[in-house]
Every structure is written in structure tokens, then in C-alpha cells.
Write a protein that binds this ligand. Sequence first.
Ligand SMILES: [Zn+2]
Length: 188
Amino acid sequence: MDHKELMTEAVRLATESVENGWGGPFGAVITRDGEIVARGQNRVLLTGDPTAHAEIETIRKAVQVINPEAPSIAEEHQNESHLKYVPRPEGSPDPVAERARMLQGCSIYISGAPCPMCMSAIYWSRIGAVYFSRSLEDTRAIGFDDSFQYEDFGKPLEERRIEIKQIHPEIGARAYDAWTNKPDRHAY
Ligand SMILES: [Zn+2]
């Protein structure tokens, strides 16, 4: 499938979400080698979940397709990982020798430019390319103001819209130490 066909599918999903009253006009597809791995659509109105964005839903579905062996919470699978790993590229400053492949090699097509939450999820998933149809300005014009969040991230903590400050770093260190001291930890 080419760019236009893939974007058309993302927009079909977005329109379906609107028509069914599930959420805003946002749909997404994740592809690998030009084929669709997963589809998703905004379902904030359907679920009441503010994180039910098309990109998040699509990433979660794609992960299930690409990593179907993920361990359950069953006792015998604890401390296991079924993530596929790839070595750090030559010359990389990454202190970790290998990282989980996640959705490396995949692309995402979205009806509108991603909000910061979804863009961050795209970074975490290691998706290599993002294609969007409508811009952040277009999204703001129809009443979804994602762009202020991008602006807020650029400000010092004390100037942000939401109170955010560091408290009791020594308490959090217990969990960080548990990670650092775990000999069989899987960096990802
Ligand atoms: Zn989003």
C-alpha cells in the first residue's frame, strides 16, 4: 500500500469514530513493509478514558501482533521477557549494549499531527516514521488544543500550567536501586 492508501485508511477510521460518537476525528494505522499491522481510532467519548487516543490504541494492538509471546502474570513467566533485542548501533553514545526492538522498522499514519502524549509513545515504541494529514494548527481550529502542551513542555517547571516539583528523592531511590541492583534486569 502507498502513502495515499494508508492515509486514506487512517482517515476512514477517524471518520468512523466521529460518526459513531466514539471520539474525535482521529484514526491511525501502523505499517511494516507497506502493510498494515494495526489500526486504531480515538475512543475518548466511548470510554471516558482521556488517553484513548488513536495512536495509543494502535501501538498497543501492534505490540500484540509483533510480540505475541509476551509473558502473562503467571508465576512461571515472572522475570522473563519475550522482547526482541537489537544491538546498539556502532558509534552510539547509548550506555546500554542492546535495546528492545519494539516497533522499530514500523511507520504510523495519523489523521492529525500527534499530541505530546502520543508523540512520546511513538518515541518509546521506536517507530521510525510519522505521517500526519492535518496539522496541529488545523487541530486547534476545530477545538482540540494539543499545541499548548508542546509550548508548556518548553517552559521551566515553575512556569508550567500544572504544579510539578520534586519531593523526597531519597524515597524514590529505593525503587531505582532495586532496578540497578537486579542482576538479570532486561534493559529496554
Ligand atoms: Zn494523542
